[in-house]
Design a protein around this ligand. Structure first.
Ligand code: SF4
Length: 408
């Protein structure tokens, strides 16, 4: 669908003379840059010869967004550039807030601190992003924002920014936009023409848990209703959500039930989990941080639900007495319940193969292809399909042989 440009498309106005010295040096050297040395260059240098208003805004607004992670075990990113992954492919995103001013009161959020607030203008943010992009320092943009008053007013500014990037600067690459809670249907529809991916954070697994953390967000109306709208919009990278883990007293079961509901009812592409870390000056500054392993186990289990079609019932069986995931690998624990005895590698179904620790989707498909030609009779042949044998051995029978114990 073609969306009519609201801005006249112009030639890109980033002439070499507009660029600060540091970037001109990078461009003139024409040295192939790895993602690592790109970031080192940025941190050592600056777009500007001296600290300017725009540069200090970039610092404030990228730092304010650093706790919004998008993947397992990522450290809060201290540069402006964020390493994202999609289907094992890595790419670099310029990740920033439009403004860190916010009138909402989410207890865990750094933007509730009483301190100087910053905001871009649409022109400023579009030009800044394009500077990064034109110098091949980033592949795309990840834009979110605080909400100073009316979510609609800030959505409007963010969308004006995206229109400048798309229609004036003709950038066709990846943009991920966070939809603000309470944004209108019209804004979200407009956003769906400008970004490949939209997301709205549910933050907590249900209404009660969210109300412990924020008095200003209505879970059902401001968030779930918007997700229902997103479900029917045409987005090449779909829509996602994120939760803060451990800021409240929610259990892993509550989180997993909600995520399962979201996969089944809102068609979310995936969920992200962000282990709570206290920020000085916020209402939860004294609360203990969430162990990173909890976040990792939620990602492991989410993967089983989302990619391997495991059932929530199987996951419930391995939870501890407090309805939380154990510290051990969930797939191994589920396998112990699932298999009464080792399964024959030549007759196991695809679903059975996926339940074997050490066998993933690719190796399961390879096994099925291989045994169509000839039965698998040796461990060595199985190993060649990519199976991690020491994990899989207790659950498999190969040519009549099987390991005698189901180890964990
Ligand atoms: S809405 Fe809540 S989480 Fe988002 S910026 Fe404002 S205070 Fe932070």
């Amino acid at each position: 669908m073609i969306h009519r440009p609201l801005y006249p498309i112009q030639k890109n106005n980033l002439s070499a003379s507009y660029l600060p010295k540091a970037l001109l040096t990078i461009r003139q050297k024409k040295t192939p840059m790895t993602s690592q040395n790109k970031i080192i260059s940025l941190s050592k240098n600056s777009f500007f010869d001296r600290e300017s208003d725009t540069e200090s805004k970039i610092s404030d607004l990228t730092r304010a967004n650093q706790y919004d992670t998008c993947g397992p075990s990522q450290k809060p990113n201290l540069s402006k550039i964020y390493h994202a992954k999609n289907n094992a492919k890595g790419y670099l995103l310029f990740k920033t807030l439009y403004t860190n001013a916010c009138s909402f009161d989410c207890k865990y959020c750094i933007n509730t601190r009483k301190e100087k607030k910053s905001s871009y203008t649409p022109e400023e943010l579009a030009n800044t992003f394009m500077q990064y992009r034109k110098n091949n320092l980033v592949d795309g943009l990840f834009l979110s924002s605080g909400i100073p008053k009316d979510p609609e007013a800030i959505m409007d500014k963010m969308l004006d920014t995206l229109e400048l990037i798309r229609y004036r600067h003709r950038f066709q690459g990846y943009i991920h936009l966070k939809v603000l809670p309470g944004a209108s249907y019209g804004s979200i529809k407009r956003a769906s023409h400008l970004a490949q991916r939209l997301s709205i954070n549910i933050e907590a697994p249900n209404k009660d848990r969210l109300s412990d953390l924020s008095t200003t967000k209505d879970y059902r109306i401001d968030i779930l209703r918007r997700q229902r709208w997103l479900k029917n919009m045409d987005l090449s990278h779909g829509h996602t959500t994120q939760l803060v883990v451990g800021a409240g007293s929610e259990t892993d079961l509550e989180i997993l039930n909600m995520i399962d509901f979201e996969y089944n009812n809102f068609n979310i592409q995936r969920a992200f989990f962000s282990a709570f870390a206290p920020c000085r000056g916020t209402a939860l500054e004294k609360k203990e941080k969430t162990e990173k392993l909890r976040e990792v186990r939620l990602y492991n289990t989410d993967f089983l639900l989302r990619k391997y079609n495991f059932k929530i019932k199987e996951i419930k069986e391995i939870l501890d007495d407090d309805n939380n995931l154990p510290k051990k690998d969930p797939k191994t624990l589920i396998a112990k319940n699932y298999f009464e005895k080792p399964v024959d590698i030549n007759s196991a179904t695809y679903i059975e193969l996926l339940h074997v620790p050490g066998i993933g989707d690719i190796s399961a498909k390879r096994i099925i292809e291989k045994r169509k030609i000839t039965p698998i009779k040796k461990r060595h042949d199985l190993k060649k399909t990519g199976v991690i044998m020491h994990r899989a051995d207790p659950y498999l029978k190969i040519n009549g042989w099987h390991q005698r114990t189901l180890g964990i």
